[in-house]
Design a protein around this ligand. Structure first.
Ligand code: G1P
Ligand code: ZN
Length: 544
């Protein structure tokens, strides 16, 4: 007999989900009632879970399995009909999105802190995705927060743990728990989008790829699809086993944390392509031999070439990028004559556009690209689309990039992150900047005259909702741009992100080193915002 316990609780401060759910230290999640309060708040905020199907899985980080057992007991006590769980408790974020859509689930709970490190002393996270497969919109995340601030009771059964390691079905009271192969449905979806035959031939002809799964969730997906289905040589996927602490690394595919991959790709025996994904499998980076493809450029190249893959052969309805993402894709959209939407940071803002069929491809500068096949960004999908394009074009990544810049010009782009900055200092920097926005146009810094300055506000063209204060953007007469915003996902102090961009149309300049090409803008950014004086930092922690 399954007993349902009603546990008395009290609200916990600060359970406000950010752009991608609630992220905190594992220790915080382990505090009494912490996880339970949040999960019950989700269930309450979406109007209860009676009779619902729920998708559940995570990136395998420390505390994943324990959290899954707690959520299963709470789901049963809240009247959920069926929970579909990835074997071993694993599901990449895009695969969870795929399952939510395929199973017509009410929603999904994904356990991940994305690219943040894992382990007992590190980060854990939880996010709720809605029935379209995408991150819950702000109306729901606000409701979750409101519930978490009023919660008095949560429901849980007193049942034992479920065995997650085998593909099987169990019951907890009236609820079915279905353990599924985490890769299968995702692989099937990829097969409908890409020519596996042509990619297979590419590998057969000796194309060499190095895919760094960073000991995170994409390992099993990449090994299955790239090595077993597409015939890439064994060993193409490295660091393929998901580990609870990601091998003591940050599963963040950037030039700092994916250093080894960069070294190989810029070394003497570099393969044709390098790629990496993050903790939960939604991000990607692409490198060619001796060249790094900036994510904003990758979005633009994919937009210009997607029609070469079967799933996009009829062209794209439109494209969308987050505001800080470079304007490279805008130029492709203008050329093709398709709409290009500019949204606030965070994948959830693409959901409405995708659902309405207004856009097919979306991307963010933070190594996220995706399409209407799911409602999340998708790391492996981007790698497969690149492979399909390479198979069709029979050119190197460098050649493709050069040809792209010759056609559209090059948007030099870089993001400078100042991490764990004192929150008050970071707040002051933004407030001071905000206060002088109207006086900036016409002023000149480092020879660059400011054309306009504002704090980005977005009106959703589909549901009419508005989001304000999404980042301060400063546009120069030359089309160069600098954007300042505070991260919504950092877990320590504040993270100041400075996004720098400069458009160049002269091919003579295309080979300039990015930081050199951006030198004037970098100096101007500091003069405008007083980064050094406010933060006390002389240089960024991460340059990507
Ligand atoms: C960061 C990225 C943003 C992405 C989010 C979730 O958010 O900048 O593009 O959508 O992670 O992966 P931020 O920390 O900047 O708020
Ligand atoms: Zn991620």
């Amino acid at each position: 007999m399954t007993r349902i316990l009603k546990v008395e609780t009290t609200p916990i401060q600060g359970q406000k989900p950010g752009t991608s759910g609630l992220r905190k230290k594992v220790k915080t999640f382990k505090e009494p009632h912490y996880l339970e309060n949040f999960v019950q708040s989700i269930f309450n905020a979406v109007g209860g879970m009676e009779g619902a199907t729920l998708i559940l899985g995570g990136d395998g980080r420390y505390y994943n399995r324990e959290a899954i057992q707690i959520i299963l007991r709470m789901a049963a006590a809240n009247g959920v009909d069926r929970v579909v769980v990835g074997q071993g408790g694993l599901l990449s974020t895009p695969a969870a999105s795929c399952l939510i859509r395929k199973r017509k689930a009410k929603g999904g709970i994904i356990l991940s802190a994305s690219h943040n490190p894992g382990g007992p002393e590190e980060d854990f996270g939880i996010k709720y995705n809605s029935d379209n497969g995408g991150p819950a919109p702000e109306t729901i995340t606000n409701a979750i927060y409101a519930e978490s601030q009023n919660i008095r009771e949560y429901r849980v059964t007193d049942t034992a743990d479920i065995e997650l390691s085998e593909i099987a079905e169990f019951t907890i009271g009236a609820m079915t728990v279905e353990i599924v192969d985490p890769v299968k449905d995702y692989r099937k979806l990829m097969k409908t989008l890409f020519s596996f035959k042509k990619i297979k031939k590419l590998f057969k002809n000796g194309f060499r790829l190095r895919f760094d799964a960073m000991h995170a969730i994409t390992g099993p997906y990449a090994q299955d699809i790239l090595e077993r289905k597409l015939g890439a040589p064994k060993g193409t996927v490295i660091n393929a086993t998901p580990l609870e602490d990601f091998g003591d690394h940050h599963p963040d595919p950037n030039p700092v944390h994916a250093r080894d991959l960069f070294d190989v790709m810029f070394g003497p025996d570099a393969p044709d392509m390098g790629a990496a994904s993050d903790g939960d499998g939604d991000r990607n980076i692409i490198l060619g031999r001796g060249i790094y493809v900036a994510p904003s450029d990758s979005l633009a190249v994919l937009a210009a070439n997607a029609h070469l893959a079967p799933g996009y052969e009829n062209g794209l309805a439109g494209v969308a990028r987050s505001m800080p993402t470079s304007c490279a894709v805008d130029r492709v959209a203008a050329e093709v004559g398709m709409p290009c939407f500019e949204t606030p940071t965070g994948w959830k803002f693409f959901g409405n556009l995708l659902d309405a069929g207004k856009t097919t491809l979306c991307g963010e500068e933070s190594a996220g690209t995706g399409s209407d096949h799911v409602r999340e960004k998708d790391g492996l999908w981007a790698v497969l689309l690149w492979l399909n394009i390479l198979a069709e074009r029979q050119e190197s990544i460098r050649e493709i990039m050069k040809a792209h810049w010759r056609t559209y010009g090059r948007n030099f782009y870089s993001r400078h992150d100042y991490e764990a900055v004192d929150s008050t200092a970071a707040g002051n920097l933004m407030a001071t900047l905000e206060a002088k926005l109207s006086s900036l146009p016409g002023q000149c810094f480092e020879g660059e005259t400011i054309k306009s300055a504002d704090n980005f506000a977005y009106n959703d063209p589909i549901d009419g909702s508005s989001s304000t204060a999404q980042g301060i953007r400063i546009l120069f007469e030359s089309d160069a741009r600098v954007v300042f915003r505070l991260s919504g996902t950092g877990t320590e102090g504040a993270t100041l992100r400075v996004y720098l961009e400069r458009y160049v149309s002269d091919p003579e300049e295309f080979d300039t080193e990015t930081q050199v090409a951006l030198e004037r803008i970098i100096t101007a950014a500091d003069q405008i915002a007083g980064i050094r004086s406010h933060t006390g930092r002389s240089e960024p922690d991460v340059i990507s």
